[in-house]
Design a protein around this ligand. Sequence first.
Ligand code: KIV
Length: 271
Amino acid sequence: MYNTVQNSTVKPLTVNDLAAMKQRGEKITCLTAYDASFSALIDKVGVDIMLVGDSLGMVIQGHDTTLPVTIADMVYHARIVSKARRRSFVIADLPFMSYCTPILAAQNAAKLMQLGGVQMVKLEGAHIETVSFLVGQGIPVCGHLGLLPQSINQLGSYKVQGKDPAAAEKIIADAYQLQEAGAELLVLECVPATLAKEISNQLRIPVIGIGAGVDCDGQVLVLYDMLDIGVEKRPRFSKNFMQGSLSIEAAIEAYHQAVKKAQFPSIQHSS
Ligand code: KIV
């Protein structure tokens, strides 16, 4: 078993620990978390990262998209997740329109860190100037490329990104630019597994995939999708880990082990 948290002397993971995992080829596990109870359970299992995702707009608040989520919502959920964690690294999303200028991004990132207690903020897209500004203020940043749920009204549907050569080249170039701007982690959502493999191999920073194949440095899933809670239609790349598990904790453990052993995602759960 990998990194199962058993006592209270355990130290919180840092961004350096995540970088070291990539260097030694250890897969990084990540799940979304939105409240203290699940935070404590996910942390207890030993999942490396908890993402307070703006997916909470869909799975907690019942909206069709992530767009209605506000920075106040994110701070509330970040605070209750952070309060219960002991070891996991905690990241929170900057929600739609909360980072449209570098100053606004820094003010909202400060709320997530000071009031929400998170270690890093994530923002969607290649906002290089904003990332550089945040990093300059001492704010750790996670980029997010590929399928960008906050752009759903431009995309039209939640479909695989980077399939044609020009789109793939753009994602590769954006990934490099984010790394050079100081991002220390990158989420790649719904891109072909071959593209995600190339980016993961080329970047220094850890790449966390969702619907992006097994060769990323780590994996993330939306907690409610993998626990089969309220799922009307689970994304093709997700998996119901409750199937074959006797408890929620066992399902989270099964996911954690499957990612650590590079058994998830299979081709069936890749783009
Ligand atoms: O909001 C979220 O849950 C996310 C993941 C899908 C990566 O951004």
